[in-house]
Design a protein around this ligand. Structure first.
Ligand code: SF4
Ligand SMILES: [Zn+2]
Ligand SMILES: [Zn+2]
Length: 310
């Protein structure tokens, strides 16, 4: 039997593309990088100048995003890059990811700003959850974590004068979010998805972008491993309680049985996304009466949560 080799050279393959053709390690790296750079061009994620913030967790997705955007910024004197890290205060995994992010930024000489739930809200996520559970509130760790983390990211990016925040969301994350929104009948949340987040511009919102939008998780994982960062997969101890985990497992199972479904979810969603954004474009943006941030009701989710915690 003929030895299978990379479609670009005769080296041993390490990755199989959707069309069953194979790539060796160095051709996989160039395939992946081309995909990210063409996603950035296709959706005009960066523009030609500006200050870009990267939301850094220390995991493979955000490190890959930071590494590749830094390469673009290094070639463009009109651009600057800054990493922002939020330490939620989750014991066991938090410390490792923080150390990973710090050493990466040091090595790549990237400015890193670290903020924490403890400093910003006066309490770590572990303690917030203990408090809420003892008060008999239904406390979904990921919902709470997401609301509080997004607020810090946005307000700090604004303070730092950043024009955009790039996040490490990949194709799998987006496919999960699309299904989760369908399952929860949350069409507005779907309208906010896409490679450029949100439906309406407001100067209080720093635009969020997703350069890994078209990259499946397995490709990001392989790229990060070949590049030597984020070698160990760090799993948050609260992930097992997340609705996202169930959807993620279900999609992985489906993808194995029916290869290509994750890609199909994204491409069909991209066809309806412009209509969704148009539909919700005129929705009134409200202001929280307590903190003056953007809100969907009189009091924003962050202020509601802080009230519950206290
Ligand atoms: S798994 Fe949930 S609790 Fe843990 S970091 Fe992610 S969003 Fe936060
Ligand atoms: Zn090759
Ligand atoms: Zn508020």
């Amino acid at each position: 039997m003929d030895k299978i080799s990379c479609i670009k050279c005769k080296n041993n393959p390490i990755y199989t593309l959707e069309n069953n053709r194979q790539l060796c390690d160095s051709h996989f790296i160039s395939y992946f990088e081309k995909k990210v750079f063409s996603t950035i061009r296709k959706f005009n994620l960066l523009g030609k100048s500006g200050r870009i913030g990267i939301a850094l967790s220390g995991g493979k997705d955000s490190l890959t995003t930071l590494y590749l955007l830094n390469r673009i910024v290094m070639r463009n004197p009109k651009m600057q890059i800054t990493a922002i890290m939020v330490d939620e205060g989750i014991k066991t995994s938090g410390d490792k990811t923080k150390a990973n992010a710090i050493s990466f930024c040091k090595k790549e000489k990237i400015d890193l700003n670290i903020y924490s739930f403890s400093e910003e809200y006066g309490i770590a996520l572990d303690n917030i959850l203990k408090k809420l559970q003892s008060k008999d509130h239904k406390a979904n760790p990921c919902t709470i974590c997401g609301i509080l983390r997004r607020r810090i990211l946005n307000s700090k990016a604004r303070e730092l004068g950043l024009d955009k925040i790039a996040t490490g969301h990949n194709l799998d994350d987006e496919a999960q979010s699309i299904l989760m929104n369908q399952f929860k009948k949350n069409v507005l949340a779907s309208a906010k998805l896409g490679p450029v987040v949100g439906v309406k511009k407001d100067k209080r919102f720093v635009q969020r972008i997703k350069p890994l939008y078209l990259c499946p998780e397995k490709e990001v994982m392989l790229y990060a491993r070949l590049k030597g960062f984020a070698a160990k997969k760090l799993v948050c101890k609260y992930r097992k309680f997340a609705f996202r985990k169930d959807v993620c497992d279900m999609l992985d199972d489906f993808e194995q049985k029916h290869p290509g479904i994750k890609n199909n979810i994204i491409s069909s969603f991209m066809e309806i996304l412009p209509m969704l954004k148009k539909e919700y474009k005129n929705k009134r943006i409200r202001t929280c009466s307590r903190c003056s941030e953007v809100s969907s009701s009189d009091i924003c989710n962050v202020c509601k949560l802080i009230e519950k915690i206290n």
